[in-house]
Design a protein around this ligand. Structure first.
Ligand SMILES: *Cc1c(COP(=O)(O)O)cnc(C)c1O
Length: 419
């Protein structure tokens, strides 16, 4: 069966790397991000005569819209996702030498705030098919110095929050959610960002919604909200009745400007539609690829509705008979927007950790950790065999048909060659 096809495939069935036609004929056109809505908000912001957050109305309107949408008491804006996370870490009271549990596959924006605070990141392995932090591995990594867990909802897929919440409760740890990649994702009916003590979001150019650079943190807790606000503004209180400023703790200038607030307000209106379009496209991609032999499709966490910041699958190299790089090259030859290995190496292999080179001289508390001995075998295997497929709300039905056709063609080719 399939023997003749295997021996001499028709040209149209050959992948592009073997001289067949490219599967992708229509261009991959990303949706236009900014338009009249943003322009009109910007005009209003400029018309205010001030671009300072505590004097204008845009940042506070954005914070109110965010808090309302997420059903939270407070939302505090920041200058980026990274600074939102740092303000959460400051608000949580994380201090030098204390440990924070993090996944080894994320953006440096999750890690930089921990290091800057003088705290020590401890890397926790992932679940093989959801790519999220393993609650069992997290529990095993807890020491008397552990103070917080950052749950990173990678690729828009929520972490196993029931397990992480229980763990943090049991060990009295602060649970902070990094929702930079997960705008609009939901876990068992609850939006991500609303389950931890604080939920941090990014508005950088590449996230679901953007103002160029910006961040937001939500919380239900009044005390945390007060500290978050101070943590973004040099520990200065802008309340009208506080005349003398005497900062009580170390805080940077992480303020959002009215220009960022204005653009974010316009973007906020588009969020639901962006999340819905990405979700529908990526779910259909998974349906179309269900029969593939050489790849393992992404699986969302039980009870989760992911929001697909990107789509990532893994190559079963034994079945394909080729390396992930060769498989990715074949997909790229079809014209597909894919790249192998995501961040390449787990974070603990980065020089800053391995060589403790955060600062030129002097001791940082993380120097007590030997990151060259860190080992997250599941994360390492995921990075070795994963292929990232760019997601975008602008991808069309034709893009989808060609993506499925191209991936299945390459999949069949290698599966049959490997026999
Ligand atoms: C983008 C991102 C950040 C940092 O956000 P910035 O706005 O770029 O500072 C943090 N964590 C994750 C998981 C991200 O993807």
């Amino acid at each position: 069966m399939g023997e003749e096809k295997h021996m001499c495939p028709k040209d149209s069935e050959k992948p592009a790397i073997a001289g067949g036609p490219k599967a992708c004929r229509v261009p991959w056109e990303k949706a236009k991000r900014y338009g009249e809505e943003e322009l009109s908000q910007l005009k209003e912001a400029l018309g205010q005569g001030t671009l300072f957050y505590s004097q204008g109305k845009k940042v506070s309107a954005l914070e109110s819209a965010m808090a309302k949408k997420y059903g939270m008491n407070y939302a505090i804006a920041a200058s980026s996702g990274t600074t939102a996370i740092h303000s959460a870490i400051i608000a949580a009271g994380i201090s030098p030498g204390e440990e924070v549990l993090v996944p080894p596959v994320t953006d440096m924006g999750t890690l930089v705030p921990i290091l800057w605070q003088g705290a020590v990141p401890v890397f926790v392995d992932l679940e093989p098919d959801t790519y999220e932090m393993s609650p069992e591995a997290a529990e095993a990594a807890i020491t008397p110095k552990t103070k917080a867990v950052i749950a990173v909802h990678l690729w828009g897929n929520p972490c196993d929050m029931d397990a992480l919440e229980a763990l943090c409760k049991k060990h009295d740890l602060m649970l902070i959610e990094d929702c930079a990649q997960a705008w609009g994702a939901v876990y068992k009916g609850r939006p991500v960002g609303t389950m931890g003590a604080m939920g941090c979001f990014s508005l950088n150019e590449f996230k679901h919604i953007s103002c160029g650079d910006g961040g937001l943190t939500v919380t239900q807790d009044e005390q945390l909200a007060r500290r978050l606000r101070l943590a973004t503004d040099k520990c200065y209180s802008r309340e009208a009745n506080v005349a003398i400023r005497q900062p009580r703790f170390l805080a940077n200038n992480y303020r959002m400007t009215e220009l960022q607030g204005a653009v974010s307000l316009a973007q906020f209106e588009k969020l639901d539609s962006i999340v819905a379009r990405r979700g529908a496209w990526c779910e259909k991609l998974s349906e179309g690829l269900a029969g593939a032999k050489c790849i393992t499709l992404p699986r969302h966490t039980k009870g989760a509705e992911p929001s697909w910041w990107f789509y990532m699958f893994r190559v079963n190299e034994e079945v394909a008979g080729v390396s992930t790089d060769e498989f990715a090259e074949a997909l790229q030859a079809e014209g597909l927007p894919v790249a192998p290995h995501y961040i390449g190496e787990p974070m603990y292999r980065y020089p800053v950790f391995k060589d403790h080179s955060a600062y030129d001289r002097g001791e940082h508390p993380f120097s007590r950790m030997d990151y060259s001995k860190a080992s997250c075998p599941v994360a390492e295997k995921i990075l070795k065999t994963c292929i990232q497929f760019a997601a975008n709300e602008g991808w069309s039905e034709e893009n989808l048909r060609e993506a499925v056709e191209g991936i299945l063609k390459v999949d069949r080719w290698f599966a049959e060659k490997a026999g």
